[in-house]
Design a protein around this ligand. Structure first.
Ligand code: BES
Ligand code: MN
Ligand code: ZN
Length: 494
């Protein structure tokens, strides 16, 4: 997949399809930049209503490319004309490239004369140009994602614009890499396989300053990682803790990222209902986002040391599985009574947070498909962020910059009482109500004084419904953009 900038006349672009934006204005649909299209095409478009075109977001229509070098004109809706933000452009570009799967060369002529718009269109177009075909024996060719994207802009030689395209390519590779891991079948992607995938991602990136360290089952027992060992012991495929460190030569800051990597969450002995259990192959989306964020930071040569911790285990019921009432000792010595083996994410994350904090980062951010309660609170598309007030605000701001949806949530101290255990330092479940916040309170016990944020992406990580904007069905890659924007924000421009 390639993206290039051009100032050519869009009508003369040698592409298979030319994409333009259509907005809603005064009850009518208006094509943005229509003056650049041939007259005969413009006349056709003046009556968009007759064509059933409204300009609503996620509306993508193909028309014959009358008078164009391209065979097809594609209209992609951006919604209200006075509310066109970079994220609106990102989604409209992505909806178009997603719908155009099977088309090789696509031109995009949006109003993109500032760098922020070029960046958003490049990202959106790339995010939409994704398909997951690993397990398809046939029909793969017809579904091939758009291969070459030309973006029309007045300033194709502008350094900042060229830089924005290069960055978009790195970000998109990270988002696609995350989606690929989430979409992988759990019989292929078990903890040891994930550790190998981490090594491969690092190697394939060609980036400098990256190092992968893997702790296997034995090393985890020896290191006192009771959470990972307890959760992983029911599976024949043992747990792993993978450390992916990016160390630039003169780091201006030190960021730790911790990701939940349950390669399949059956619930364990507290087994989940069969209906919908297949979606639990996505319970490693946090670890996937962490891996690819670290790789992207290295590829962009950001002057920030970033260490990712992937907490990998498969939560299975078996004769060797942990039981409700088992007591685990998390790394560092705190004990946890396991009252529900399906609240496993917090157990592996506790080990990961402790390990991350031992290295004294300036800030630690964890990301996890942690609770069903996240979906109850915020739905399928909005992620939650909890933690230290200022880091939480930093995440919200980074999300805003990147176009992802993260909403701040509290960590009410009174919920700690629900986590009291009759026998151990704490129990792994508490009050049913506010379940997402209780999980956050649990993690807080392992963080101490380090500035911290906890991202619960249970719903947004995996799209079980329909594709929209640049978001496909399946793994979405959520979190990568926000984490990367946060890291960039910690690296003041030289
Ligand atoms: N992986 C699940 C959370 C989840 C649910 C992610 C739905 C994505 C979609 C997690 O391990 C879990 O099972 N959480 C339990 C916790 C409960 C037992 C306290 C939950 O949310 O039901
Ligand atoms: Mn679970
Ligand atoms: Zn889980």
């Amino acid at each position: 997949m390639t993206v290039s900038l051009t100032s050519h006349d869009p009508a003369r672009l040698a592409v298979d399809a030319l994409v333009v934006a259509v907005a809603q204005q005064d009850g009518a649909a208006v094509v943005l930049g229509a003056d650049r299209l041939p007259k005969e095409l413009r006349t056709q478009l003046t009556d968009a209503a007759v064509l059933g075109i409204t300009g609503a977001a996620d509306e993508v229509r193909r028309l014959p490319g009358t008078g164009l070098a391209a065979k097809v004109l594609v209209l992609t809706g951006v919604g209200a004309a006075d509310k066109v933000t970079p994220e609106v452009l990102r989604r409209a570009a992505g909806a178009a490239t997603r719908e155009l799967a099977g088309t090789a060369k696509v031109g995009i002529a949006f109003p993109t004369d500032d760098v922020a718009s070029v960046s958003a269109v490049a990202e959106g177009a790339l995010f939409g140009a994704y398909s997951y075909t690993r397990y398809r024996a046939s029909e793969a060719a017809a579904q091939a994602p758009v291969a070459a994207i030309q973006i029309v802009t007045a300033h194709p030689r502008d350094h900042a614009a060229i830089g924005a395209v290069a960055r978009a390519e790195v970000v998109a590779a990270a988002v696609h890499g995350t989606r690929d891991l989430v979409n992988a079948a759990p019989n292929d992607l078990y903890p040891a396989a994930f550790a190998e995938a981490a090594k491969a991602a690092v190697k394939d990136s060609g980036a400098k300053g990256l190092k992968v360290t893997v702790l296997d089952d034995k090393a985890l027992v020896a290191g006192g990682y009771g959470g990972l060992v307890g959760v992983g012991q029911g599976s024949v495929r043992g747990p792993r803790l993978v450390k992916v460190a990016y160390s630039p030569s003169r780091p201006k800051a030190k960021v730790a990222l911790v990701g939940k990597g349950i390669t399949f969450d059956s619930g364990g002995i507290s087994i989940k209902p069969a209906a919908g259990m297949e979606a639990m192959k996505s319970d490693m989306a946090g670890a996937a986002a962490v891996l690819h964020t670290v790789v992207a930071a290295a590829r962009l040569e950001l002057p920030v040391a970033v260490t990712g911790w992937l907490c990998l285990a498969e939560n299975m019921p078996s004769g060797s599985a942990q039981r409700p009432s088992d007591v685990l000792t998390i790394r560092g010595g705190k004990t946890v009574e396991v009252l529900n083996t399906d609240a496993e994410g917090r157990l592996v994350m506790a080990d990961g947070l402790v390990a991350a904090i031992e290295e004294k980062p300036d800030v630690v951010i964890d990301i996890a498909t942690l609770t069903g309660a996240q979906l109850v609170a915020l739905g399928h598309r909005v992620s939650a962020v909890m933690g230290t007030d200022d880091v939480r605000a930093e995440v919200v701001a980074a999300a805003e910059t990147s176009g992802e949806l993260f909403w701040p949530m509290p960590l009410p101290a009174d919920l700690r009482a629900g986590l009291k255990s009759k026998v151990a330092d704490l129990a792994n479940i508490g009050d049913r109500f506010g379940g997402m916040l209780t999980a956050g309170i649990f993690l807080q016990e392992f963080v101490g004084e380090t500035p911290w944020a906890h991202l619960d992406v249970a719903g947004p990580a995996y799209n079980e419904r329909t594709a929209h904007g640049y978001t496909p069905v399946g793994g979405t890659g959520v979190g990568v953009r926000t984490l990367l924007a946060l890291i960039e924000g910690r690296a003041p421009a030289a």
